[in-house]
Design a protein around this ligand. Structure first.
Ligand code: ADP
Ligand code: TPW
Length: 582
């Protein structure tokens, strides 16, 4: 415990008892030790009472601490780290208000099935429980429960090891999700003998054990596929998360079945793969007769699997680690419950050569529709528009990314998100992060920071101007840690669009933001490079220069305020009032 003896810790204003002989440890140190024995390398958070020293001890002992400007962004970063690495991302928050800011991200992580642990300090139990008015008083454990996959509180330092172990296992085993771990200030500052403390730590063995599907369930699914006329594989972000890239690719290529990736599954197989049906989406949804879902839920994003988007006669196979997911929207003819890595290994093993062969008519229909849709998109992207619209701006970005395929892509907004989904091809797995299952604005900078920190690779964040505002202050974080993140703000001056007129009062209309904003000047305040881009050429040059520099940059891309539609591709889900006549 030499490192411990060398630490000179200062708590917020308080004097800390140090034990130079190392015979006594405390809750701060035990928490960091418990994370270290389980391989945690990074923590994302915001400090304050009572967890400031937790971040210091983490740094002193070799865990990288990334300090944010607001907890929600830190939480989103932890969630993204969980998705990218398959290990729980850690978010550190202070009591009550900081905890609640982080909780929004924890709930989102649970919804996205990303493993994450929010560790929060909390105030004095004896005061909270009788509501006697403590500093930042909140019953955090109970507040967290409805929004987390699991929630735990540690009440004694000797239980920190167990608490961290349970949090890790709960986050990554089965269906991954967000876990809350409450650490009261009294536990963090409490002490115990170092030997006993070390003995209380738990190294979690096999935190996400393989869940091998029943052989019969795999045979049933293969049989369905073998008799299909128009089979389709849908890859979801669970498939990307499972890191079973090779097993998935082998199955798809050995069977010849066309595949459709959801947004965050893109790149699992490259978007230019001959079996990709991404550009023939409506055709394959409407006509497939056997659909194999791999790590994708039949939620709103897949039209609940319902007709008329899907064929009413289609039969579904679902490969998912969560048995309860089956039949949630449509009867599943062949449920395969297991983890995707194990399941795809079993599928590859069960498959006999030539057992599944895709009929040429189905392949040709997809190929023809793809060619037709690609030509239509080319025409849209190739058109000239002054000021830029979403397509012309994305064309410039696409051309630069074509020579930079290792770049991680983060995107959020409405039109920005929807247009970018199809326009920017992906070639590598787990390189794309976006608003996810809830369609959350505010994930942008946190996801970008995590992608840069976890991968060391360059990151491009394509942000609607409204979306950017939710986490925009984190560009200071990006600059402070010198992260290779380039942010492009699609500035059309509004939530969705920027041309709405308020017919009732002198105030701006509800969707209007300032189109004259120079977002590029924000990053200059922190030493990053800002660019103003009004044409596709300027955007392309700026992006190339920014990526080449490997330094933080922000490009203000000026987009026509009239471009786009309200709610983007979700316009049909928008509800409108009878009372508005305009
Ligand atoms: P998408 O939004 O891309 O369609 P979803 O988030 O709806 O994807 O679905 C992801 C699914 O993947 C969830 O049902 C989740 O239980 C499942 N899942 C996540 N990880 C694994 C895994 N390792 N093995 C099997 N299923 C997984
Ligand atoms: C946490 C509602 C959905 S999309 C959006 C909002 C506010 C912003 C759209 O404008 P933007 O994009 O970003 O300029 P674009 O490309 O259309 O111009 N709060 C949260 N999440 C959501 N989804 C909203 C509000 C919303």
């Amino acid at each position: 415990m030499e490192a411990e003896q060398e630490l000179t810790l200062t708590s917020d204003g308080a004097t800390m008892v140090t034990h130079p002989d190392g015979s006594v440890t405390d809750g701060f140190t035990l928490t960091v030790d418990a994370l270290l024995v389980n391989g945690v390398e990074t923590m994302y958070g915001v400090v304050g009472i009572p967890i400031t020293d937790l971040a210091r001890v983490a740094q002193a002992k070799g865990i990288r601490y990334i300090g944010f400007r607001q907890e929600q962004a830190a939480g989103h970063a932890a969630a993204a780290a969980g998705f990218l690495t398959g290990k729980p991302g850690i978010c550190l928050t202070v009591s009550a208000p900081g905890f609640l800011n982080g909780l929004a991200a924890l709930a989102d992580a649970t919804t996205n099935c990303f493993p994450m642990i929010q560790i929060s300090g909390s105030s004095e139990r004896s005061i909270i429980d009788l509501q006697r008015g403590d500093y930042e008083e909140l019953d955090q454990l109970n507040a967290a429960k409805p929004f987390a996959k699991a929630a735990y509180r540690v009440d004694r330092p000797q239980d920190i090891g167990v608490g961290v172990a349970r949090a890790i296992r709960a986050a990554v085993s089965g269906r991954p999700g967000g876990v809350y771990l409450d650490l009261p200030a009294a536990v963090l500052r409490d002490t115990m003998p170092t030997d006993a403390g070390q003995a209380s730590l738990v190294q979690v063995v096999d935190p996400a054990p393989a869940q091998i599907p029943a052989p019969e369930s795999v045979r049933r699914a293969v049989d369905l596929l073998a008799h299909a006329e128009r089979p389709l594989i849908v890859l979801g972000k669970g498939a990307a998360y499972s890191q079973a890239d090779q097993a998935i690719r082998s199955f798809i290529e050995n069977t010849g079945i066309p595949f459709l990736p959801t947004s965050m599954a893109k790149g699992l197989l490259p978007d230019n793969h001959p079996q990709s049906a991404a550009a023939a989406r409506s055709l394959v949804l409407g006509q497939a007769d056997v659909v194999m879902l791999i790590g994708a839920r039949l939620n709103w994003q897949l039209a609940h699997g319902q007709s008329p988007r899907w064929s009413a006669a289609a039969k579904f196979i679902q490969v998912d680690v969560d048995p309860v997911e089956m039949d949630s929207n449509r009867p599943i003819a062949a449920p395969v419950v297991g983890d995707i890595a194990s399941a795809m290994t079993e599928f590859n093993r069960a498959l006999r050569p030539g057992q599944i062969a895709v009929r040429p008519a189905w392949r040709d229909a997809i190929r023809d529709r793809t060619a037709h849709n690609v030509a239509k998109m080319q025409a849209r992207l190739g058109a000239d528009a002054t000021p830029m619209n979403f397509s012309t701006a994305l064309r410039a970005i696409r051309d630069v990314l074509d020579g930079n395929r290792e770049v991680y892509l983060v995107k959020e907004g409405a039109n920005t998100l929807d247009f970018a989904r199809d326009t920017l091809p992906m070639y590598l797995p787990r390189h794309r992060l976006d608003s996810g299952t809830w369609g959350v604005m505010g994930v942008g900078m946190g996801y970008a920071i995590a992608a840069a920190v976890e991968s060391g690779s360059p990151v491009l964040a394509v942000e609607g101007d409204s979306a950017f505002g939710f986490s925009g202050m984190e560009i200071e974080t990006i600059c402070r840690y010198h992260l290779p993140v380039v942010t492009v703000v699609f500035n059309n001056g509004g939530v969705y669009k920027g041309d709405e007129v308020n017919h009732y009062t002198a105030d701006p209309a509800p969707t209007v933001l300032m189109h004259s904003s120079r977002y590029d000047k924000l990053i200059a305040a922190f030493g990053g490079t800002g660019y103003q881009a009004e044409t596709p050429d300027e955007l392309g040059h700026a992006l190339r220069a920014a990526l080449d520099s490997g330094k933080p940059a922000l490009i203000n891309a000026v987009i026509d305020p009239a471009a786009g539609t309200e709610s983007g591709h979700l316009a049909s889900m928008n509800t409108s009032s009878l009372h508005l006549t305009h």
